[in-house]
Ligand binder design. Structure first.
Ligand code: CTP
Length: 392
């Protein structure tokens, strides 16, 4: 059990702090709440006290409170301080080192790690003052999560939504070093992103894969303690914490990197590998000339997943993805058998999945099909990682 001091700021997302308390309690943690004056306009001290089963602290100027437990002790006795929602004002006061209420006094007096989950209007989030304050907090060693993007209570759209409660819980567990470590000691291979198949030195064949889903899966597996090798096609994404990344361009290179990473306990092949490459790659840039160019001759690429399924070093759990635009389940079942995978995660890419942040998937296994609701890619990754941990 860890002790978490939860500071509830004054924003509409304060109600999500209530859900967070329940999740943290369910995970076995002790939660003490500090409610700011602004926060009290959105949730009551009574609600927080009932959910946390602890006294809620609201003011610096309470002689009785100070006698029972001084504010310095309150901040020192916690294992972690969490600010939810981190409003623009609270973040600004933290960045400025102000101590003009109980919350900011505790944040200034603490010697414990601090995590902020911001939530505010998109313009407030993007304002240079807020961005400056966030950068200041981060350089002070405070972890400020990225807000989610989407429709906001104020009717606008963009980054500024409070991160989902499970993501906040995961960030807290990571910070505390607790949580699910079931994949400790396992090596898991993940492929992600598109491949680029050159035509000449400046042109290539590619697809719309962003790599987001594969990177999220690599991150979720690493968080559960796995040693993760991520073989990534050309994408513009940061390497998730604790993941060993190998960048490649072509299907051939991806195939070699996968073989080099074996043995592995499981492999999750998320990459949208090009099925075809140019049969003859021109050594020099093709010039336009006056006539239409000769038709591009294509050659088949290796199927990395199917090859791995036949390998003597085949991972115990082999998972493929199937990007389909029609007859999703039929095609996925057939693909699972044809490629020799244990599971296929079938996603319907007829909408805005490629490059987007959400995904609607079906998990196709020996036991049948499980259809998941439309989820952020991050949560698809969490759920899949849980299933992998169950299976290994
Ligand atoms: N895959 C692979 N190597 C390839 C092609 C695909 O490892 N050369 C893997 C992908 O990483 C994914 C799965 O196979 O896990 C399915 O890929 P997909 O492109 O959806 O299916 P295809 O085999 O290309 O079938 P089709 O084009 O008929 O949909």
């Amino acid at each position: 059990m860890k002790r978490i001091l939860l500071i509830v700021g004054g924003g509409i997302a304060a109600y999500k702090a209530c859900e967070l308390i329940r999740e943290l309690r369910r995970a076995g943690h002790d939660v003490r709440c500090v409610l700011t004056e602004g926060g009290a306009h959105f949730v009551t001290a009574m609600t927080l006290a009932a959910l946390s089963e602890n006294k809620v602290h609201t003011t610096l100027w309470d002689l009785k409170d100070e006698a029972e437990m001084g504010h310095i002790r309150l901040s020192r006795e916690a294992d972690l301080l969490v600010v939810v929602p981190g409003t623009a004002d609270l973040i600004a006061r933290m960045a400025g080192g102000l101590a003009n209420d109980l919350a900011t006094t505790l944040l200034l007096a603490t010697d414990k790690p601090v995590l902020v989950a911001p939530a505010m209007n998109v313009r407030m989030w993007r304002h240079p003052a807020t961005q400056r304050n966030v950068a200041q907090l981060r350089s002070d060693g405070i972890q400020v999560m990225e807000p989610d993007e989407g429709a906001m209570a104020c009717g606008e759209f963009g980054p500024g939504r409070l991160p989902e409660v499970p993501a906040i819980v995961a960030a807290i567990e990571r910070k505390l070093g607790t949580g699910d470590r079931r994949l400790h000691g396992r090596h898991i291979l993940v492929t992600a992103g598109p491949t680029h198949e050159p035509i000449d030195p400046v042109r290539y064949i590619a697809n719309r894969s962003s790599g987001k889903q594969g990177f999220a899966i690599a991150a979720a597996l690493a968080r559960r303690g796995a040693r993760v090798t991520l073989v990534a096609g050309p994408v513009d994404l940061p390497t998730p914490a604790g993941v060993a990344r190998h960048d490649v361009e072509t299907a051939q290179q991806m195939s070699e990197a996968v073989a080099a990473a074996l043995p592995a306990d499981a492999a999750v092949m998320v990459a949208a590998v090009a099925d075809w490459r140019a049969a003859d790659v021109a050594a020099q840039k093709l010039k336009k000339g006056d006539d239409a160019p000769a038709p591009l001759r294509l050659a088949r690429n290796v199927d990395i997943l199917a090859t791995l399924a036949q390998d003597v070093r085949r991972p115990r759990l082999l998972i493929g993805f199937a990007a389909e635009t029609e007859q999703v389940l039929d095609h996925a079942q057939a693909k699972r058998r044809r490629k020799g995978a244990d599971w296929i995660v079938a996603n319907d890419v007829s909408g805005d999945v490629m490059g987007g942040d959400a995904n609607t998937v079906h998990l196709v296994t020996d036991d049948g099909v499980e259809s998941w609701e439309r989820l952020p890619k991050r949560l698809v990754a969490e759920r899949l990682a849980d299933r992998i941990a169950d299976a290994l």
